[in-house]
Design a protein around this ligand. Structure first.
Ligand code: FE2
Length: 250
């Protein structure tokens, strides 16, 4: 299993507060069957220098974690470096933005604002695509309540990530059949922040996806993750609309 969204790097953001928590999060992920975790600490860039400052902090945090892993006898998944970039004014004008992509790929994880999406947000996304950077929209299901703005995204060639626990949440899971229908579920991530209130629920989500949608859709999500990490293009699949009665069973 590949986890495409996580806050496992120690003291980077509101995720792992220290390296011990990072290790526990990763060991728990491995126990659930996760073999690769993309580390995506929150990243707010307001000027060009912020990119260097962020990357230095991330490097230090990563080395601390890798040192701790080398001294721990438990099994851990492989860690790939990325970040979760807030889309802000001017984010597309910074020359070093490409360095915030996941590993050596042209894919970048983007978080949309929680308040109103202005037209500028769509413009920034378009600018990234023009520069050859492929935006992956983090936890897209969180925005389904604002459908009018959401549907503006469809004019852009975007990739969508859904959080594992949303497949289990009574509130969010009702949106997911529609997301599959519109081709808006390509990647799965835990968005884990700790081992208590926001742990990884990848194993439960995997089981729920297989039970509700079939193993083919789960396999497709994992295949997509492999393709993105190889910097290859993924195929966007629009699945058939689910009947009302089938939706009730999800
Ligand atoms: Fe996140």
């Amino acid at each position: 299993m590949i986890d495409f969204h996580s806050h496992i790097l120690p003291h980077m953001d509101d995720g792992a507060r220290n390296v011990k928590i990072s290790l526990d999060m990763l060991a728990d992920s491995y126990r659930q069957g996760v073999r690769t975790v993309v580390a995506t600490p929150h990243c707010l860039i307001l000027n060009e220098d912020d990119i260097d400052i962020f990357l230095k902090r991330r490097e230090d945090s990563y080395h601390e974690l890798m040192d701790a892993i080398s001294q721990d006898s438990r099994d851990f998944p492989e860690i790939i470096l990325g970040c979760e970039v807030q889309i802000t004014k001017g984010v597309t004008h910074f020359e070093k933005m490409r360095r915030l992509c996941i590993s050596d790929t042209n894919y970048i994880l983007i978080e949309m604002p929680y308040k109103k999406w202005t037209e500028d947000c769509f413009h920034y996304l378009y600018e990234l695509i023009i520069q050859g950077i492929n935006p992956i929209m983090a936890h897209i299901e969180r925005y389904m309540g604002r459908r009018k703005e959401f549907y503006n995204l469809y004019s852009l060639d975007l990739i969508y990530q859904v959080n594992a626990d949303s497949f289990l949440s009574p509130f969010y899971k009702k949106f997911i059949p529609d997301l599959f229908t519109t081709g808006s579920v390509q990647l799965l991530g835990s968005d884990m922040h700790n081992t208590s209130k926001r742990p990884s629920r990848m194993e439960d989500a995997k089981n729920r996806i297989i039970k509700s949608y079939g193993i083919e859709r789960y396999d497709q999500l994992m295949k997509n993750a492999e393709l993105v990490l190889k910097n290859e293009k993924i195929e966007k699949i629009r699945y058939q609309k689910m009947s009302f009665f089938k939706k009730l069973k999800v």
